[in-house]
Design a protein around this ligand. Structure first.
Ligand code: DAT
Ligand code: MG
Length: 140
């Protein structure tokens, strides 16, 4: 597997509890490198567009309100097999199902307030990176 880039969000429940550094340490320990990073306050329109794939799910409103409740840290992570590796380090969506040592097992509060987002495929990674970062912010 080649070197890939993936997109990550450190979500409001984690930024609020000052867990950004602990979460970044998990990425770095797994061999992922932070190659772009910024702390932003998402707007409702941005949250709705970003999670558009979930717009018909019952939790969509709650999810978007949560994502704008505090600033988030958006990042691009790079490494060998980065998309799958990041999903592994994140753990299952529901922290009750997440494996020991994963970010969601250690830090997530609930299935909704689950501390991190990570892209699920090369196409979504490319779209999500382009949604939050301009070319000039992505150093080769
Ligand atoms: P993931 O974030 O692991 O890729 P997903 O894409 O299925 O999971 O869902 C996106 C987010 O939506 C998830 O991180 C938290 C929220 N979510 C998913 N299922 C939920 C549920 N049953 N109740 C509340 N929020 C949910
Ligand atoms: Mg997802």
């Amino acid at each position: 597997m080649a070197i890939q880039r993936t997109f990550s969000i450190i979500k409001p429940d984690a930024t609020k509890r000052n867990l950004t550094g602990k979460i970044v340490a998990k990425f770095e320990e797994a061999g992922l490198r932070v190659v772009a990073s910024k702390r932003i306050q998402m707007t409702l329109a941005q949250a709705q567009a970003f999670y558009g794939v979930h717009k018909d799910r019952p939790f969509f409103g709650e999810l978007c309100e949560f994502m704008i409740s505090e600033p988030v840290v958006v990042q691009v992570l790079e490494g060998e097999d980065a998309i799958a590796k990041n999903r592994e380090v994140m753990g299952a969506t529901n922290p009750a199902d997440a494996a020991e040592g994963t970010i969601r097992k250690e830090f997530a509060l609930s299935v909704g307030e689950n501390s991190v987002h990570g892209s699920d495929a090369p196409e979504t990674a490319a779209q999500e990176i382009a949604f939050f970062f301009s070319g000039i912010e992505l150093v080769g």
